[in-house]
Ligand binder design. Structure first.
Ligand SMILES: NC(=O)C1=CN([C@@H]2O[C@H](COP(=O)(O)OP(=O)(O)OC[C@H]3O[C@@H](n4cnc5c(N)ncnc54)[C@H](OP(=O)(O)O)[C@@H]3O)[C@@H](O)[C@H]2O)C=CC1
Ligand SMILES: CC(=O)C(=O)O
Ligand SMILES: [Mg+2]
Length: 636
């Protein structure tokens, strides 16, 4: 029962071979070994309880140029180094005693058994009582509930993640509906706004302009080597809160904790990254607690070169199949990055593609409540950026697939309003490229209320990032034109929601099918309780990513997004529909993610983009078997 979890990279001969976290994960349950660097020239700082700490080993960097010869299995040039080239000789040692209790990957706190306490030199380091993980979960949820302020709950959760990773995930999984708003939107938004003040220890990699030319070395500094998913932001469009620069790190950290809790990707395979090219947020530049580069954002060639170096280093370091999820980039970079790296890397933009897939799922299931087919509906968006045009395109694609009508035709079912009004053909010349397909023939329309009256949409979708823009007039017009108006106020966090759940139900006399991006509590209107849904890409990206990873997919394809939508829509039960819901509850999210993963993987095999062969017979079962479990392991 020896775990060499982090050692796949370290010896191409010895242990590595097939490093699939899924196929071997089951065998590696009792992880108690820890990889440390022992450099020949490194000063041996301390040797305690069998865990050797080497301080200077990390400084023994291999020349960048020596890393290119050995391919992706020898990115640090260990195999190809000549005698006079220094390399880092990685080794393994057993973590025990005080170090084991301090190691968040292996710590079990008071749940260490008597036997483990003896075997691992923990006698006296813990009080006598031995408790179960279940009791620890109960204790932690009680403790979290004591905090009245959401940010305090967030900090308590982050503390737990740093202290005892398995307990953090067990707690999150078992109380997902309650804790999602804590580790994710809306609280993560406030955490990012105050990140400089609450920052304690790094939870991901910060890659700034200062690291230009050294990004491969920076990736080496991360303790985990077998990375499979990277969520990266440059902090320029954090939720609907704008440019938060380096403080955007809360977003990749939060998204990746959902990859594990909701999608079952093991935490050691996840790497949060913030690219720091400066910020244009004057408030942050003047904030003494700001943790990022104190300069205006780099743009143009300087920006492109840093991103290029990052993307190259990622592929060189982690191979062809590492998934890079772009998150909360501003739209002037997001579309270009997706299209540039979509051809060479396994990339996914959550704001464009993940959001599109989750909304399409909701629309497909809403047909059970409103009737007709997707093509019978008319869609109007407030906001024509990443989320808006991403969703618009996937709706048009799905209608095109269903009706065999050309995409140019099906796009005409979809209309978008941006900050200058309805997107119409007379504005074509001045529009950003991603808006151009939506410039339909129509006279100019300035306001959303006028657009609702002119277009008469059956579905109204808010992706503007601006709160309270679905006014009473707008919502009432939707209610006048539709028996069951579909109103999706997707902007995050809660403060940016285009309208509240209460407003949507009150202004439509309870007839709205309403979802928001961040959760709202149930609303009582005229004696009846209405449960709002949450339309958030968190339903999609964890399962979508799992599907890509478990099939060894090398490129993302739009058909996989459609497959994910259909899989999610198929998980809505009659009981959910009876409550007016168009998404299933988050309580079953791991099973839902496994269904999504299975359909995404199946599509990938069908398209010839999957490299894990032979294809598993039952992809759903395989997805479930791949999922990380946060239960404690027994240490020998
Ligand atoms: N629920 C979910 O899962 C998701 C929610 N979102 C949320 O969606 C929002 C937008 O994100 P994203 O699309 O990436 O942002 P973008 O910046 O790419 O797009 C914002 C769009 O809104 C328009 N807009 C801004 N202010 C107004 C206004 N007052 N009236 C009309 N239009 C306006 C902008 O117009 P112009 O182009 O003229 O500037 C732009 O077209 C954010 O709040 C984000 O949190 C995003 C992804 C997923
Ligand atoms: C949910 C999300 O990805 C966003 O609001 O940006
Ligand atoms: Mg986002």
């Amino acid at each position: 029962m020896i775990s060499l979890n982090r050692s796949c990279f370290l010896s191409n001969g010895g242990i590595s071979g097939n490093c699939s976290p899924f196929s071997q994960g089951q065998k590696r349950r009792s992880a108690s070994l820890k990889v440390v660097a022992v450099g020949t020239n490194a000063a041996r700082k301390g040797e305690r309880n069998g865990s050797i700490v080497m301080e200077n080993a990390a400084k023994e960097v291999v020349e960048l140029k020596s890393t290119v010869h050995g391919g992706d299995k020898d990115v640090y040039g260990e195999d190809t180094a000549s005698e006079d080239q220094p390399v880092t000789p990685w080794s393994v040692s057993v973590a025990s005693g005080y170090n084991l209790i301090r190691d968040p990957h292996h710590n079990k706190g008071l749940a260490f058994s008597e036997k483990e306490r003896d075997a691992h030199y923990m006698r006296g380091l813990l009080p006598p009582v031995v408790i179960s993980q279940e009791l620890q979960v109960k204790k932690m949820i009680n403790a979290i509930r004591q905090y009245q302020v959401p940010l305090q709950k967030y900090i308590a959760m982050m503390d737990l993640q740093e202290r005892n990773q398995k307990l953090f995930y067990k707690l999150l999984i078992e109380h997902v509906e309650e804790l999602l708003p804590v580790v994710y939107t809306p609280t993560v938004g406030e955490a990012c706004q105050k990140y400089g003040s609450i920052f304690q220890r790094p939870q991901g990699l910060f890659i700034s302009l200062k690291e230009k030319g050294k990004i491969l070395e920076v990736l080496r500094n991360w303790p985990e080597k077998n990375i499979q998913v990277i969520v990266v932001t440059d902090g320029e469009r954090i939720l609907g809160l704008g440019d938060l620069g380096c403080h955007g790190m809360g977003i990749p950290v939060g998204k990746l904790s959902l990859y594990t809790a909701l999608g079952g990707v093991r935490p050691s395979a996840c790497l949060p990254v913030t690219i720091d090219v400066g910020t244009n947020n004057e408030k942050l530049l003047d904030d003494e607690f700001y943790i990022g580069l104190r300069q205006k954002r780099a743009t143009g060639q300087e920006y492109a070169e840093l991103l290029q170096e990052f993307m190259t280093a990622v592929k060189q370091n982690y191979g062809e199949k590492v998934l890079v999820q772009f998150e909360d980039f501003a739209n002037h970079n997001a579309f270009d990055l997706l299209s540039k790296y979509g051809a060479t890397h396994l990339v996914f933009n959550d704001d464009i593609q993940g959001t599109a897939s989750v909304v399409l799922a909701g629309l497909l299931s809403s047909l059970k409540l409103v009737g007709g087919s997707l093509a019978d509906h008319t869609f109007l968006f407030l906001g024509a950026g990443e989320a808006g045009t991403g969703i618009a395109e996937l709706i048009a694609l799905e209608i095109s697939k269903q009706t065999n009508a050309p995409l140019e035709e099906t796009r005409k079912k979809v209309w978008l309003v941006d900050s200058k009004g309805l997107i119409v053909s007379s504005r074509l010349e001045s529009l950003q490229h991603f808006k151009k397909p939506w410039a339909h023939e129509h006279e100019p329309v300035k306001t959303l209320a006028e657009a609702v009256n002119a277009i008469k949409p059956t579905v109204l979708i808010g992706t503007s990032g601006v709160g309270r823009t679905f006014t009473k007039e707008v919502v009432e017009a939707m209610a006048t034109n539709n028996e069951r108006p579909i109103i999706l106020a997707l902007s995050n966090p809660t403060s940016q929601s285009e309208c509240t759940a209460e407003e949507a139900y009150t202004w439509t006399q309870g007839r709205a099918i309403y979802c928001s991006g961040s959760p709202f509590p149930p609303v009582e209107y005229e004696g009846k309780v209405y449960t709002p849904g949450q339309s958030n890409n968190a339903y999609i990206f964890p399962g979508f990513g799992l599907g890509l990873l478990m099939s060894g997919t090398i490129r993302v394809h739009d058909d996989m997004l459609l497959a994910a939508s259909e899989a999610l829509a198929s998980q809505v039960s009659q009981e959910d529909f009876d409550k007016g819901l168009i998404y299933p509850p988050f309580t079953n999210i791991r099973e839902i993610s496994a269904h999504i993963a299975a359909k995404v993987a199946a599509k990938s095999y069908e398209l010839g983009l999957a490299t894990r062969l032979p294809q598993p017979k039952d992809l759903f079962q395989y997805a479930e078997s791949c999922m990380y479990s946060p239960n404690y392991r027994s240490f020998r």
